[in-house]
Design a protein around this ligand. Structure first.
Ligand code: C2O
Ligand code: CU
Ligand code: CU
Length: 509
């Protein structure tokens, strides 16, 4: 992008000059140079000139077995993000990102996934409870030109889930190219609540991604200096739109925030620090709205918020420096000093009335720690989990069907890491031995870890036993995941031994 590209060059030039000056004044200042150079701040600098793109709702049909059938084709294309011309991209049923899939609890769904990108990929349904063979992880590789048609029954609360590639070693690259989309679930509870629900009108998907562009307008996937967490971009895309604004015609708008970035953690809030109602987290609605001015989302996490606007105003959604308890080096080089303008809400001169956010949202039955059949510990450090690198041929452990387990996850190192588990939504029992904060009291599938603050989670593995086909758990910083910060578990029948993952579909590079 012209603006972004030249801004970057100016930054680098200025950084170099400052660096040379500092070098002349002593080696100790060399660090100061990197320090000054690498924080991004776009607040007040973004021109909100582009209407926010709204991913279309995916079309579907009901087949003769009563299943709702979607078609998703991963394909290559070009998208013009800014004045620098077309960027080569990947998308589902289009050039960049994919349509929003939507289904209701109790429905059977099937998705025909066609791979048109010319190399193997996969599609994983992040946050979905479903059989491991349908999960779209690294064992469900879709070869170029092939079609994969997973099907399952939706059996979980209304939520904002998403889908993205999950081929081992390639996830970061495929997501960075543009493969991702939202998967919204509805249920009777959500249908009965007075929440904004008109898709694209007052119920808006907000997929936030950071990108770097090279001087030809291509995505620059280079990790750069101290790129230990992966690619950090200096330009934000929201639903693929640079500098986005959204016309709001109602007093309240629901934003389904999805951090679709590969490495970056955001701390969302408004420029004027107004409060909003947090109504949902990864796996569903909270029991009650939580009024706050900030919500932190690490890669893969979602939050549903309801924002109140006044007629005629403009409100800017920002990302503030996320607090995650890092030392100063890791703080700076993981983008945790960066600030962004994300999206401008433009309220119409007259607004249609919208009801107050209900005091009670969805019931959440608390899982009882006393009922846990097993407790496991996970240490996330370097690019390993419990000192192991990912091995597609190794099943790390087996969980018995219809049992509840407690998992305790610790991060001893200084790098940012998160923990994501497939198949289930979990509840956070404690963070560093204490009650979790309100934003961690609903259903979660991904959680950011803080150094030496163990997180205890509890989950129920209700069904879908398959001794041979594993589910994944991993750090959702996609570079770390690709580097092997991932493990595999199977769900087995009582007394059953874990089997072997299918051979022959392993993609090594
Ligand atoms: Cu969002 Cu295992 O992934
Ligand atoms: Cu997932
Ligand atoms: Cu990590």
């Amino acid at each position: 992008m012209a603006g972004t590209g030249s801004r970057r060059w100016v930054k680098i030039l200025v950084g170099t000059l400052v660096g040379v000056l500092l070098l002349c004044t002593g080696g100790a200042s060399f660090g100061t140079w990197f320090w000054t150079r690498s924080a991004v701040n776009t607040t007040g600098e973004v021109d909100f000139v582009n209407p926010l793109a709204i991913p279309p709702l995916a079309e579907s049909r009901i087949d003769d077995k009563g299943r709702r059938v979607f078609d998703l084709r991963a394909q290559t294309g070009h998208r013009t993000f800014g004045p620098d011309g077309a960027t080569p991209t990947w998308g589902y049923n289009g050039d960049y990102l994919g349509p929003t899939l939507r289904a209701t609890r109790g429905e059977q769904v099937m998705v025909n996934v066609v791979n048109g990108v010319g190399e193997p990929t996969s599609v994983h349904w992040h946050g979905m409870h479903l059989p491991a063979a349908m999960d779209g992880g690294p064992h469900q590789m879709v070869r170029p030109g092939a079609t994969w048609s997973p099907h399952w029954t939706i059996n979980q609360p209304a939520a904002s889930l998403w889908y993205h590639p999950h081929l081992h070693g390639e996830t970061e690259r495929h997501v960075y190219r543009g493969l991702a989309g939202m998967f919204i679930l509805d249920d009777e509870v959500s249908a009965g609540l007075a929440l904004p629900r008109r898709y694209g009108v007052d119920d808006i998907p907000v997929i936030v991604q950071d990108r770097n562009f090279d001087s030809d307008g291509r995505f620059d996937a280079g990790r750069g200096l101290f790129g230990g967490i992966g690619v950090l971009g200096d330009t934000l895309l929201v639903n693929g739109t640079v500098g986005p604004y959204l016309e709001v015609g109602t007093e309240r708008v629901r934003l389904r925030l999805l951090n679709g970035s590969t490495a970056r953690t955001y701390q969302f809030g408004f420029a004027d620090n107004r409060d909003f109602a947090l109504i949902g987290t990864d796996g569903g609605l909270l029991t009650a709205p939580y009024r706050t001015g900030r919500i932190r989302l690490s890669p893969g996490e979602r939050a549903e918020i309801v924002v109140t606007v006044r007629a005629g105003e403009r409100a800017v959604l920002r990302s503030y420096p996320p607090e995650q308890g890092l030392d100063f080096f890791n703080q700076r080089f993981s983008g945790s000093d960066d600030r962004f303008d994300v999206l401008e809400l433009r309220a119409a001169a007259t607004l249609a009335p919208a009801p107050e956010v209900p005091d009670r949202l969805a019931p959440i039955e608390r899982l009882d720690p006393a009922s846990a059949a097993a407790t496991r510990t996970f240490t996330m450090a370097g690019h390993d989990i419990n000192d192991h690198d990912m091995d597609l041929g190794r099943i790390d452990f087996a969980v018995t069907r219809d049992t509840t387990e407690i998992w305790e996850i610790t991060k001893p190192d200084g790098s940012p890491h998160s923990f994501h588990v497939h198949d289930v939504q979990f509840q956070v029992l404690s963070v560093a031995g204490r009650e979790p904060p309100p934003e961690l009291r609903g259903w979660k599938d991904t959680v950011l870890l803080e150094r030496q603050r163990p997180i205890r989670i509890i989950a129920r593995f209700a069904d879908h036993a398959d001794p041979n086909m594993p589910y994944m758990y991993h750090c959702h910083l996609l570079y770390h995941e690709d580097q092997g910060m991932m493990g595999q578990f199977v769900v087995v029948e009582p007394g059953q031994q874990p089997g072997r993952p299918p051979a022959g579909d392993h993609h090594h590079n």
